[in-house]
Design a protein around this ligand. Structure first.
Ligand code: FAD
Ligand code: DHB
Length: 390
């Protein structure tokens, strides 16, 4: 089989690029290691930037998102027993975010790929890229006992943090930057009415907590936990009790609890690999960079990579112009690093760091006080949260 663009990874990055390219008549194949049910079973992001929502519409995948997703014009930061609102609408000149689950978005992308007859190969094992610095890179993979080969013009590595793409780049070419945080997020999904119509990010002495949602009947809550904790250690009852202890009293009293339908721990990490191109391999999304989830940037950073890559590949195939491909890594990384900075800042301001001195703690408290007292600081938070321009 020969194709123009071979895409490794059928997560949101790979599927969105596949769909956008196909709509422009640019042939591509997606190789996904897991089954569709497995991919759709992962509960992850929930907050989309305006620019991402626009890209979903361009991919002709925005219908259900526009019908069922919620526009949020603000969120709350709870601290010291009070709740302060961040007015995104006011501080960005009318911008907002879309609350729509990554699971739903991925389902929409799969359905769109099905409808167009897009080739998404599931349970593709041992995916291996070859001859990346040649004009004719190729991919091999295995389905059961059968081996296959796909010849490509370009290969896109959209296979997440643990994928094979980044690992195929020689060590001496790649610079990796990493920061590992000494805690994780324990997340619970429950079929209960959300405690607040808008998200609440809470900073307390006991640690960080987040009240989020997927719809008016589906809630998503997180609490900061030590890395040594295991999911099995946390009963539903213990989770709800700890969450309540980290919320202002009126919020805790209003919280409706119920059985968890998903419970998992995600460690917090910041990571960037540079450059995002090696020969004719282009990295996108979590394959190249990870942020701690606090600023809701991860999926959105993946989408901005896809935006740049889509335009670059379109210029190449439809106009014979390679400028976009040449500048892809530099352009994508400029935005990626700003998302890194913002995610690090939000994480640092709102979590408990066991190693912090009393000085560090007072400074952290002052960061929050400054934010709540300064229009300029609020504007900076708001413009980053809704997403910087592509
Ligand atoms: P992935 O979603 O990781 O997709 C990669 C795909 O490649 C997977 O399907 C995988 O099975 C496949 N794959 C892996 N290896 C191979 C291989 N060798 N061969 C073939 N296929 C392979 N982001 C936000 O923007 N907002 C949020 O609110 C937010 N909240 C989050 C909360 C949690 C708890 C977590 C864990 C993440 C959150 N994120 C959030 C981050 C977001 O989920 C990721 O950034 C996003 O999934 C990245 O998409 P991707 O397609 O690049 O990678
Ligand atoms: C969610 C996750 C986040 O990291 C965040 O900042 C906001 C919401 C969520 O899963 O709903």
């Amino acid at each position: 089989r020969k194709t123009k663009v071979g895409i490794i990874g059928g997560g949101p990055s790979g599927l969105l690029l596949s769909q956008l390219l196909d709509l422009k008549g640019i042939d591509n194949v997606v190789l996904e290691k897991h089954s569709r049910d497995y991919v759709l079973g992962r509960i992850r992001a929930g907050v989309l930037e305006h620019g991402f929502a626009a890209l979903m519409r361009e991919a002709q995948c925005g219908e259900r998102m526009d019908r069922e997703g919620e526009i949020h014009e603000g969120f709350f930061i709870a601290h010291d027993g009070v709740k302060d609102r961040v007015d995104l609408h006011k501080h960005t000149g009318g911008n907002s975010v879309m609350v729509y689950g990554q699971t739903e978005l991925t389902r929409d992308l799969y359905e769109a790929r099905d409808k167009m007859g897009g080739e998404v190969i599931h349970e593709a094992l041992d995916v291996t890229p070859h001859d990346l610095t040649s004009d004719a890179p190729w991919l091999t993979y295995r389905l059961g006992d059968d081996q296959y080969r796909i010849d490509c013009d370009y290969i896109v590595g959209a296979d997440g943090f643990h994928g094979v793409s980044r690992k195929s780049i020689p060590k001496e070419v790649l610079t990796e930057y990493e920061k590992v945080y000494p805690f994780g997020w324990l997340g619970v999904l429950s079929r209960t009415k959300p405690v607040s119509p808008e998200l609440i990010y809470a900073k307390t002495e006991r640690g960080f907590a987040l009240c989020s949602l997927r719809s008016q009947v589906l809630s998503r809550y997180y609490i900061q936990v030590p890395l040594t904790d295991r999911v099995e250690d946390w009963s539903d009852e213990a989770f709800w009790a700890e969450l309540k202890a980290r919320l202002p009293q009126d919020v805790a009293e209003a919280l409706i609890t119920g059985p968890s339908i998903e419970k998992s721990i995600a460690p917090l990490r910041s990571f960037v690999a540079e450059p995002m191109r090696y020969g004719n391999l282009f990295l996108a999304g979590d394959a190249a960079h990870i942020v701690p989830p606090t600023g809701a940037r991860g999926l959105n950073s993946a989408a901005s990579d896809i935006y740049y890559l889509y335009h670059a590949l379109m210029d190449h195939y439809l106009k014979g112009d390679d400028a976009g491909l040449e500048s892809y890594s530099e352009k994508a990384l400029a935005r990626v690093w700003k998302a890194q900075r913002f995610s690090w800042w939000m994480t640092s301001m709102l979590h408990s760091f066991p190693e912090n001195s009393t000085y560090d703690r007072r400074l952290q408290q002052t960061e929050l006080e400054y934010l709540m007292s300064s229009e300029a600081a609020m504007t900076s938070l708001a413009e980053n949260y809704v997403g910087l321009p592509f």
